[in-house]
Design a protein around this ligand. Structure first.
Ligand SMILES: Cc1cc2nc3c(=O)[nH]c(=O)nc-3n(C[C@H](O)[C@H](O)[C@H](O)COP(=O)(O)OP(=O)(O)OC[C@H]3O[C@@H](n4cnc5c(N)ncnc54)[C@H](O)[C@@H]3O)c2cc1C
Length: 315
């Protein structure tokens, strides 16, 4: 089979890497690099994990994959909890979380800067139309974009998603990426997880990417809580930066700030995950996957990718 996977986040790359080698698989990614919400970002000399900060492991498939990443130096154990450590390992990508995605993509046909624009049904299979109007005919499709976007891509076909799937919502997260000219005061291991009701809200998580080991210069990621992000979404960047820096003054001295870049994650985390690990339309050879389906985390995206590969095999 010829299979197109839309999205080179963890779910799409996991699905593509687990498909039988005799399938002809292409992964289409609209961004210039792979990883999606494993969004490692470079600004000047600083490196930030702007999206996912770490991942946990609860099942055998991800445990096996993680052991392989650890053995090859692709991932490392960052810590066993923040503040009152709970003893469970938190892993991260060696050069940032997107290292995991780059590793999975290495043996795949991944086309970045390739935004899927629309999906047309063929008698058997699909034509994928990209934003440069090029077309790719395939026998089966795996969509890992946020479900509202997948629904829009399918709008011109005669395939309809169930209403309660298409309408699933996502939380938003605003991230402040702060470069400093001196070390931050973020305590070991380089991360602070905050209770949303904590007096320092708006912040949910503060990470020191230098102490974590992925940035050569002091670089702090500030993640606002879902509620604060939604409420302040439309504020100009400089106002958001001012408020986040104010809330983070215990960990980053305002006088040390060299640059603050604001990043908005519109589809940060599904608010109401779908009960199955992927959604399958056998008749039209269509599979939907991503963290909406197996839990709003790296683990969920990975599990959903595995489930999607399994579903394609049984189409
Ligand atoms: C700020 C933030 C912090 C987080 N922190 C953590 C954490 O600490 N631990 C944890 O486990 N999880 C965390 N998560 C969640 C974790 O990042 C996600 O669950 C996981 O990365 C989702 O992977 P995915 O493949 O399902 O989706 P994505 O990574 O979103 O991948 C979807 C891909 O599809 C691409 N795409 C979309 N539309 C198109 C199109 N039309 N054509 C081509 N490509 C398209 C996108 O560009 C994207 O690359 C965090 C997420 C965010 C945003």
């Amino acid at each position: 089979m010829r299979v197109a996977v839309v999205g080179a986040g963890l779910a799409g790359l996991t699905a593509a890497s687990r498909l039988d080698p005799d399938h002809e698989v292409v992964v289409l990614e609209r961004n210039e690099s792979v990883g999606g919400r494993l969004g490692t970002t470079r600004i000047g000399d600083a490196t930030f994990d702007a999206g996912a900060q770490f991942f946990t492991v609860r099942n055998d498939a991800l445990r096996e994959q993680t052991q392989d990443w650890l053995d090859r130096g692709i991932a490392f154990e960052w810590c066993r909890g923040f503040g009152d450590a709970d003893g469970y390992p938190r892993y991260a990508g060696t050069d940032g979380m997107s290292t995991l995605a780059t590793d999975l993509a290495a043996d795949l046909d991944v086309r970045t800067d390739s935004m899927v624009f629309t999906l047309d049904r063929l008698e058997e299979g699909w034509t994928v139309v990209l934003d440069d109007a090029s077309r790719i005919d395939v026998d089966a499709l795996v969509l890992t974009s946020p479900v509202a976007q997948s629904w829009a891509l399918l709008a011109q076909s005669d395939v309809a998603l169930p209403d309660d799937l298409a309408r699933r919502e996502y939380h938003r997260i605003i991230a402040g990426l702060v470069t400093l000219d001196r070390p931050s005061h973020v305590p070991d291991p380089g991360g602070v997880q905050l209770d949303p009701a904590h007096p320092t809200a708006p912040l949910g998580f503060v990470a020191d990417n230098h102490r974590k080991g992925i940035s050569t210069v002091p670089a702090v990621t500030l993640h606002a809580t879902w509620a604060w992000s939604t409420e302040h979404w439309d504020l100009p960047d400089d106002e958001i930066a001012e408020r986040l820096l104010d809330a983070a003054s215990d960990w980053s001295d305002p006088a040390a700030v060299v640059d603050t870049t604001i990043r908005r994650w519109r589809f940060a985390a599904p608010s109401d995950p779908w009960p199955d690990a992927c959604w399958v339309d056998d008749e039209h050879r269509l599979v939907l996957a991503g963290d909406l389906f197996a839990g709003p985390k790296v683990e969920g995206a990975f599990d959903s990718g595995i489930a999607a590969a399994h579903a394609v095999r049984s189409l």
